[in-house]
Design a protein around this ligand. Structure first.
Ligand SMILES: Cc1ncc(COP(=O)(O)O)c(C=O)c1O
Length: 365
């Protein structure tokens, strides 16, 4: 029997892909044009200019509204690579990092590779996000870093400006690095960068995968204060730069963003509303966070006593709808939920809403 991912990729064109918070809602034809022009000109014959194609860094700074006088930017093959670089560069044995559980666990794995520990603070309860009290209590003299994923994968919870400020103050008091993972920022109604309160030690993990629908392009960026970036650079594995076609696509996406981002977020919001209605009709299922301020949320099915991995398998193999069981996102809480993303065309979301109740009823027996 093939693994879920092997099966899903084999049947890629028939699958409703809701398992990885990717985005398949159309954006701008300008992006495809930029990709095709890059291919046609065969600029891929050369290594790209190491700091990135002209204009890309500037476009990222403009998107964030932060100053190139204070911050440096490293173009990376995905936000995850920037996180890897900073974790390897800044952490050492004995350090600990404050993070949430559930979370995007590959980052925690990177922390452990540096022989540091992750203090995973439970957030699978009201208010479904980290609180100031929780963080204050967890910080000790070995804490070096705070990982803020805002809004949060997988729950979809956003942080308010006051909460962000409070976290920044804790970081300032204890001289911590603040990692501002803003992968899902564009899906939130409002968002506050930690640079607003704590620019001196904020590092931003920047992604094109979810908002722009570029998961397969593998492009992102890492932003850090200039003095900290000096410490990170020796750990940069991309000294020969990053895929040129992805860079062209990224620049075109930022240059046209105003034309398509509202539509992407709007369709995602409509889809989550449809899923909410579907979940309300299922006994023993509920949404901890609604509306989600990301392009995904968690459906809690713990009362049904059904194994989320079974739901994942059955939805995939019987209905060609691919969601994720929670175990990948939390050892402690993952058996209680499935995570589904919804930045997909509406007709595909309707397929989920048709299949999900059926799968739950079949597995209840
Ligand atoms: C919180 C978080 N950070 C980083 C990433 C990695 O994003 P990228 O595709 O830009 O490497 C993900 C991907 O799912 C994520 O959820």
């Amino acid at each position: 029997m093939p693994s879920n991912f092997e099966y899903a990729h084999e049947h890629r064109n028939e699958i409703v892909w809701m398992s990885q918070n990717t985005n398949t809602i159309p954006t701008s034809p300008e992006i495809e044009k930029a990709i095709l022009e890059s291919v046609k000109s065969k600029e891929y014959n050369l290594y790209p200019y190491a700091p990135g194609i002209f204009g890309l860094q500037e476009a990222i700074f403009k998107d964030l509204g932060i100053s190139q006088d204070e911050f440096d930017c490293l173009i990376t093959p995905g936000g995850i690579e920037g996180l890897y670089i900073l974790n390897r560069a800044l952490l050492k044995e004995g350090d600990n990092v404050i993070a949430s559980d559930p979370s995007f666990m590959p980052i925690h794995h990177q922390v452990r590779l540096s022989n540091a520990k992750v203090k995973e603070l439970p957030v699978y309860q009201e208010p479904w996000r980290l609180t100031e009290e929780q963080v204050k209590e967890a910080v000790d003299d070995k804490t070096r870093m705070f990982l803020l994923i805002d809004p949060l994968n997988p729950l979809g919870t956003p942080y308010t400006k006051d909460e962000v400020k409070a976290f920044c103050e804790i970081c300032k008091d204890h001289d911590l690095y603040m990692i501002d993972d803003i992968t899902y920022r564009d899906f939130a109604d409002s968002h506050t960068l930690t640079t607003e309160f704590y620019p001196e030690k904020t590092l931003i993990a920047y992604s094109f995968s979810k908002n722009c629908g570029f998961a397969g392009m593998r492009i992102g960026a890492l932003l850090a204060p200039k003095d900290i970036m000096k410490e990170l650079k020796p750990f940069n594995t991309n000294v020969l730069s990053v895929n040129i076609i992805a860079q062209r696509a990224a620049l075109a996406a930022l240059q046209t963003k105003e034309q398509w981002i509202d539509r992407v977020v709007g369709i995602s919001r409509k889809n989550q509303k449809a899923i909410k209605k579907c979940v309300e009709g299922i006994e023993g299922a509920f949404l901890p966070v609604y509306p989600s301020h990301t392009n995904m949320f968690v459906i809690d099915i713990s009362e049904t006593k059904i194994d989320p991995d079974e739901v994942e398998r059955k939805l995939l193999f019987d209905h060609h709808v691919f969601v994720r069981g929670g175990n990948y996102l939390s050892k402690r809480f993952g058996s209680r939920f499935v995570r589904t993303s919804f930045s997909i065309p509406e007709e595909q979301c309707a397929r989920f809403c048709g299949a999900f109740p059926k799968v739950i009823e079949e597995l209840r027996k």
